[in-house]
Write a protein that binds this ligand. Structure first.
Ligand code: GDP
Length: 328
């Protein structure tokens, strides 16, 4: 990474999973209020269900940025009703994956348009514009990449492990089918290659399930290592634990200690900076680290972390200290 004094009005790319990533993406969208924010979203969790194409992380990010996400679950829509699921159950249909009535509209329309030949990114762009989102929410790729897990109960597609089996099987390994031959979505690839790129922020998403599918996509690593813009990651661990979801369990089962150093090490060779929570004492010593309250409970928390991440990236870019960012 070279210090180039990058302009503050350059594009910011956030690599994002679902719930944890969407919270920071929301904070970033309050600071960068136009298309200079690109949220590149994991599609490894996508799957076909009841004949519909479901993109769980893209939908979580879209609903969150549109301000219509369900605040309790973190997925799905607020003010949801469940007539479809109730009716499906009554006739003996498959009910392990919850699809609310309002949410259903997006899956039906997406599936119709995909069948008609539209790309996932074109559909996602139209939907986010309709919902009043200014940031570019884009799937990481228009090519299919599907996460599969190997467990003590055999191999299974991600959603069967995550939702149907509630992450109970012991995880042995994770693979991303199709990733090798997939291309990075073209607007994301173009922005990553732009010399005016301000920074890349790896959101505090699950590194193994939400960020790794992106890093497994053909040229993604190459683009990330090739950019002169700073790449920083926010740790999804707070006080030594995942805030939500199975990350701590997965780390244990994969034999990885739940420490910031392990997360930073996971991104070794990719990141120029790492942000950890102020509740945690042990911070990695091999990468520039900023300390901030990374628990995003309120809107203020999300905006503050977004501002810190941007200021930290700018500090790395320019080599100048930014007030308010505590670095080690
Ligand atoms: P998923 O696809 O819905 O699992 O979403 P992500 O991968 O984006 O988010 C899951 C990760 O977000 C977990 O590892 C959590 O520890 C992390 N996470 C959730 N909320 C927060 C938060 O407020 N702060 C931080 N630092 N991490 C969070």
């Amino acid at each position: 990474m070279t210090a180039t004094g990058r302009p503050e009005n350059g594009t910011v790319i956030a690599l994002c999973g679902g719930i944890g990533g969407a919270k920071l993406a929301f904070g970033l969208s309050k600071v960068i209020t136009d298309e200079r924010l690109i949220v590149a979203v994991n599609t490894g969790d996508d799957f076909k269900h009841l004949g519909l194409h479901i993109s769980p992380d893209v939908d979580t990010v879209t609903y969150t940025l549109a301000g219509i996400a369900n605040p309790e679950t973190g997925w799905g829509r607020a003010d949801e009703t469940w007539n479809f699921m109730d009716s499906l159950k009554a006739i003996g249909g498959e009910t392990w994956f919850q699809l609310g009535d309002r949410d259903l509209a997006l899956h039906v329309e997406r599936t119709r348009r995909l069948r008609a030949g539209d790309s996932l990114s074109a559909i996602t762009t139209d939907v986010r514009a309709r919902l009043g989102i200014t940031a570019c929410v884009l799937p990481m790729s228009d090519d299919p990449v599907r996460t599969h897990v190997e467990t003590d109960n055999g191999s299974m597609p991600f959603q069967n492990y995550f939702v149907e089996r509630k992450c109970k099987p012991e995880l042995r390994s994770i693979r991303f089918e199709g990733a090798q031959n997939a291309h990075v979505q073209h607007d994301i690839a173009r922005a990553l290659g732009d010399p005016d790129l301000r920074c890349v922020i790896i959101c505090p998403s699950n590194p193994y399930l939400s960020i790794d599918p992106m890093l497994a996509v053909g040229e993604m690593r190459q683009l990330l290592t090739g950019t002169t813009a700073p790449v920083i990651a926010i740790s999804p661990l707070v006080d030594g634990k995942a805030v939500k979801g199975p990350m701590s369990k997965i780390m244990r089962e994969l034999g990885i200690e739940a420490r910031h150093a392990a997360i930073a090490g996971h991104y070794d060779g990719l990141i120029d900076g790492f942000v950890v929570d102020s509740a945690d004492e042990k911070i990695p010593d091999h990468v520039a680290t900023a300390v901030e309250n990374t628990l995003m409970a309120t809107l203020e928390d999300k905006v503050r972390l977004a501002r810190t991440a941007l200021a930290f990236a700018d500090e790395i870019s320019t080599g100048q200290d930014v007030p308010g960012v505590r670095c080690a």
